[in-house]
Write a protein of this length. Structure first.
Length: 386
């Protein structure tokens, strides 16, 4: 049965990718695309359920910790809201602890934790994709490849918490900045995200400054702060205030070389993609200033300043790749910077030159994404199909 469900999931994933690649030639309604994305999320979560993980993955530790909670007899209130070290000691991570308690309460199969998280991840991705591309442009294959480059599926399964946090935050950013939902909606999603993984705190300041106009000097200052973040953290260790000492200690511990590292390929590809998109944005700068849609302008500003922050952390493996997870669900917006002709027509650069740049950028992004996703498939596919 497991092999059959795994095979069906793989076939549907390939079919979905094929349909997206031909979306310009095949008429697919919004309702049909929503259904396809829902089934796509189900298929990805099914593969996550049947994965055979190596012992180095966080997934293995989470399943061991869930079992320790199940056999401990600890109460709901103490586990979710208390300061217990049982289950990995995730004190204050109320959403993640609550989710684990739900899994413990309804099933003895610990694998449902990663399965549920992956499903929610790609439901969030699906909502943003369908909504943005319904209003702006049909879904294209580059958007999908970018999503799996910034938010790799294997990391969504193996890490669980970081990808889950990033997907919730990306949805919150999209609803607040582009859809202009109330601030309380963003705070609810942000609270859920940071009580899954505190790395989500990085995103929050950028959301609220995204509605302001930024000058070149501000971009330079932001890059400098980001570039010097490790030095600032070391200075915090010497602070007389315990709060700053704690922040500095946590940052240096989280970004130390003792943390798990996979191939350097994702780091270099993400860096190059960010450089490409920032270059495109500043080439279009005169045009984006004239965008009348404040929602578009705000989310474009967010992506710009957030990517500059990530760029400043180059060389710091975790502070490039993990914050970049948020860019995955927002990838169709980035693709709009390239494919939306309205973004280019008023530029001072010769139109033929800009058209050549557009084609070159599309090819470069496509090549980088194909290379990275092929690398992931070659390295990790065996865990999902055997």
């Amino acid at each position: 049965m497991a092999d059959v469900l795994r095979l069906i999931s793989i076939i549907f994933i390939l079919l979905f990718i094929f349909l997206v690649a031909l979306s310009k030639r095949i008429k697919i309604s919004d309702k049909q695309m929503k259904l396809l994305f829902f089934l796509f999320a189900v298929s990805l979560s099914c593969l996550a359920y049947y994965v055979n993980p190596p012992i180095s993955w966080d997934l293995v530790r989470h399943e061991i910790w869930i079992e320790s909670v199940r056999t401990s007899g600890i109460s709901f209130q103490k586990f979710v809201f208390g300061k217990s070290s049982i289950g990995g000691g995730y004190v204050g991570l109320y959403t993640f602890n609550f989710l684990r308690w739900v899994i413990i309460s309804i099933t003895k199969n610990n694998r449902w934790l990663s399965t549920l998280c992956v499903f929610i991840d790609y439901v969030c991705v699906g909502y943003i994709f369908v909504d943005w591309l319904t209003e702006n442009r049909k879904i294209n294959i580059l958007s999908l490849l970018l999503c799996f480059s910034f938010l790799p599926y294997v990391f969504a399964v193996s890490n669980i918490r970081t990808a889950f946090c990033a997907s919730l935050l990306a949805l919150g950013v999209y609803l607040y900045l582009y859809k202009k939902k109330r601030t309380v909606v963003f705070f609810i999603l942000a609270f859920l995200a940071i009580t899954v993984h505190p790395v989500g705190l990085i995103v929050i300041p950028f959301v609220f400054v995204a509605k302001r106009n930024w000058r070149v000097q501000a971009y330079i200052i932001l890059f400098a702060i980001s570039f010097l973040s490790s030095t600032i953290a070391e200075l915090m260790l010497d602070s007389k205030y315990i709060f700053f000492q704690m922040i500095g200690s946590r940052f240096l511990s989280y970004t130390s070389d003792e943390q798990y590292r996979s191939s350097r390929a994702p780091l270099y590809v993400v860096f190059l993609l960010i450089v490409i998109f920032l270059t495109i944005h500043f080439l279009e700068n005169e045009t984006t200033k004239d965008i009348e849609d404040n929602g578009k302008k705000a989310i474009y500003n967010f992506l710009t300043i957030y990517m500059i922050y990530i760029l400043g952390n180059f060389g710091n493996y975790d502070m490039v790749l993990r914050p970049a997870y948020v860019l995955g669900p927002l990838s169709p917006i980035l693709v709009s910077w390239i494919v939306d002709k309205k973004m280019w027509v008023h530029n001072k650069i010769n139109i033929k030159v800009m058209k050549g740049i557009r084609i070159g950028v599309l090819l470069a992004c496509m090549s980088l994404c194909i290379y990275l996703n092929y690398t992931f498939l070659a390295a990790y596919s065996a865990y999902f199909i055997t």
